[in-house]
Design a protein around this ligand. Structure first.
Ligand code: M5T
Ligand code: MG
Length: 675
């Protein structure tokens, strides 16, 4: 079901509401992003400048020897030109549109032109009154004119080099800043998700598989990072570049520009087709990848069971199927791209061919300058890059939107740990616990506890017994308000636990669970759980109090020994002892031991029983035990049967009653004496 839902989410490439919310996270880095966009604007300008510079080099200098010039007396020239024979020759195109043949500043408003006839060159000077003077140019004369162009080409080359270098540096800065910003944004989001996960109640985690939650914080976050760094800001670059190229092309030559854009409709159709195909393929691949992840996680954490039951082959085949499914889906995705990219290449080559056919004829016919055509081929090449990029960014955006939706769904889940509306001050309690007609269910009306009432006096040791699934662990979870009850009240020192801030409440309850969870880290951190208020001395004291120090000192590194794989390298009994120390070191007013003595050998049990006696002194202690021998000294024994309290009393009282407890006792007694 969950998979189906995630599948549905993949779809939109842009969702305004989601985007608004995503941008909120970018707000602290607003100026970084604005800076990146500005840098991109400059970089785009530099990109556009390059073909233009080459065009100028070709048309104004490489092919310029025979272009018309105007002759000025030295000092009267409006701009630098070629100094020859005591005059200054300036090319008409370099004077620009403002030049009039009878330029007022010029004493000699004369036109000149170099003409080529085989190997000889003539300078033809024409004065306003129509006089024409033709003189042959020597090799040296010609060199004067050529040197001017060579200098100009070198100058343009240097400018081009400068532009390239600047673009390189700006690109570096832009990429660096953008990646940094993206990582920072996503890192702070990840922190928020983590904090939110911690604030969620156990009921939430009962419903959401760990694997999926882990994916949120990893894969989905990566998708968002990619959006911030690859798609969002670079989108501007693509748009700048596209618009820039179109404008430059139109300004340079409208006819040629229109010819270049002739393939646009084809591009639109091809990209639209690609988008649909890519979306389907992406969706299919994603769903299958999720299946791989789930299979992998389960098989790795269950490897012990798989090996001992010899299920390797079956599990291998199972995985092989999932893996192949994913391979197929990935191949389909690959094929879509494998067709799209070459198709776009073909279209761009076709457009280029069209341009050369169309422009080449005009160049040969003398109606188009070669430099313009050259610049156009360059721009056309650049033109296809943002189009390709935009199409691929569309997919990034689509993935990011789906990820964002999933992350926000998680952040919006309101199954938070409860906090009281009017919290009371809650100092260390004496430890009186009372259940008043408590009804409780994990799911709706599937009652696990029915009308449970009992009272435990401060300092008492109270044992809970009953069959498996009777509800003992559930009762204990309720005291720390790990779940919400449906009816009734739970009171500690006469205060309803719903009025106590959850943190305060739990601080006074020490719990030793049925299965001990150890974190990655060393032994001492696993006891103190990172609580800076607990000194190493206290850790050692607690550990030796529960007789854990003996095995700890045998570990390599002692209290600094690393715990690996959730403590799989420690024995069950050793883990139990650690959790004793963990509960004790906080000096709780209420101590809860859920089957805590189940994993301990007879010798250690004697030590534990002894420790427990000291441990329980001055504390209210709740013990859940299947082995009745361990609880005979309890002040009170509560028998739970199918979610109801059936008997309450001391060991002797309950035996005398000859009820459920008596039955349980007889059963275990018989076992013990081997009858
Ligand atoms: C009591 C059900 C369980 C059983 C009943 C922890 C948990 C339990 N249950 C859920 O539906 N969801 C849960 O998350 O509640 O369970 P318990 O309180 O754990 O029983 P117990 O501690 O007396 O049993 P045991 O085996 O530890 O002696 O029906 O399915
Ligand atoms: Mg239990």
């Amino acid at each position: 079901m969950a998979m189906h839902h995630e599948d549905e989410v993949v779809g939109k490439a842009y969702d305004h509401k989601l985007m608004k919310r995503l941008l909120k996270y970018a707000r602290p880095y607003k100026w970084f992003l604005v800076g990146c966009v500005l840098l991109l604007l400059v970089i785009t300008g530099l990109d556009l400048l390059q073909p233009y510079l080459i065009k100028v080099a070709i048309d104004n200098h490489m092919n310029a020897l025979t272009q018309p010039m105007v002759v000025f007396t030295p000092g009267k020239e409006p701009r630098p030109g070629i100094s020859f024979d005591g005059y200054i020759f300036v090319r008409e195109r370099e004077l620009g549109d403002k030049y009039m043949p009878d330029y007022e500043g010029s004493a000699v408003p004369v036109k000149a032109e170099i003409e080529e006839d085989g190997d000889t060159y003539y300078l033809r000077i024409q004065s306003p009154d129509g006089d024409v003077e033709i003189r042959e140019l020597t090799k040296d004369d010609l060199q004067v004119f050529k040197a001017y162009d060579i200098r100009a080409v070198i100058r343009l080359g240097l400018i081009l080099l400068g532009a390239l270098t600047l673009a390189f540096i700006l690109n570096y800065i832009q990429v660096y800043v953008l990646q940094y910003t993206g990582l920072r944004i996503v890192s702070s989001m990840r922190q928020e998700v983590f904090a939110h996960l911690q604030a969620l109640s156990l009921a939430f985690f009962d419903k959401n598989p760990i694997g999926r939650l882990v994916t949120r914080v990893t894969n989905d976050m990566d998708a968002l990072n990619e959006m911030y760094t690859a798609a969002l800001v670079n989108l501007f670059k693509d748009v700048f570049l596209l618009v820039g190229i179109i404008v430059v092309m139109l300004r340079m030559n409208v006819e040629l520009a229109v010819a270049s854009f002739a393939v646009l409709p084809v591009i639109v159709v091809v990209t639209a087709m690609f988008r649909t195909k890519a979306r389907q393929a992406y969706r299919a691949a994603r769903v299958r990848l999720a299946r791989i992840n789930a299979a992998l996680a389960e098989n790795i954490s269950g490897v012990r069971i798989i090996q001992i039951f010899g299920r390797e082959k079956e599990k291998f085949q199972e995985f092989d199927r999932v893996n192949h499914d994913y391979l197929d889906a990935s191949m389909r995705e690959l094929k879509v791209y494998a067709v799209f990219r070459p198709a776009m290449n073909f279209i761009s080559s076709f457009a280029l061919a069209l341009l050369i056919w169309f422009g080449g004829r005009r160049v040969l016919g003398g109606t188009l300058e070669f430099g313009v055509l050259f610049a156009f081929t360059n721009y056309l090449e650049q033109f296809f890059r943002p189009i390709n990029d935009l199409t691929e960014k569309y997919n990034i955006m689509q993935a990011a939107m789906a990820s964002a939706e999933r992350i926000f769904m998680l952040l919006d889940s309101r199954e938070l740990e409860p906090e009281p509306e009017k919290p009371v001050v809650f100092p260390r309690p004496r430890g009186e616990i009372e259940f008043e007609n408590v009804w409780f269910a994990y799911n709706d009306n599937d009652w696990v506890l029915k009308d449970v009432s009992f009272r435990i006096e401060p300092g008492e040791t109270c044992a809970f017994v009953g069959h498996t699934g009777a509800g003992k662990t559930s009762i204990i979870s309720l005291i720390g308000r790990m779940y919400e009850i449906s009816k009734g009240r739970i009171l500690i020192d006469g205060v309803d636990i719903r009025d106590i801030p959850t943190q305060e409440l739990r601080r006074h309850i020490g719990v030793v669970h049925q299965d001990v969870f150890l974190f990655t880290g060393d032994i001492k951190t696993n006891i103190a759980l990172g609580d800076t208020g607990i000194s190493f001395e206290e850790v050692r004291e607690a550990a030796s109090f529960v007789n854990a120090d003996r095995f700890i000192s045998r570990l390599h590194g002692g209290y600094d020994a690393e715990v690996r794989e959730r403590g799989a390298t420690l024995s069950a009994g050793e883990r139990q002892l650690l959790s004793f120390a963990r509960a004790l070191v906080r000096d709780p007013a209420i101590l809860v031991l859920d089957e805590a003595t189940a994993n301990i050998d007879t010798e250690t049990e004697a030590l534990i029983q002894d420790a427990l006696k000291r441990l329980t002194r001055g504390r209210t202690t709740l013990v859940v035990a299947h082995r009745l021998s361990t609880i005979q000294n309890a002040d009170k024994i509560i028998v739970i049967h199918k979610g109801r309290v059936r008997e309450i009393g001391t060991h002797q009282e309950l035996l005398a009653k000859r009820g459920i407890y008596y039955q349980l006792y007889l059963l275990q007694y018989k076992e013990q004496i081997g009858a």
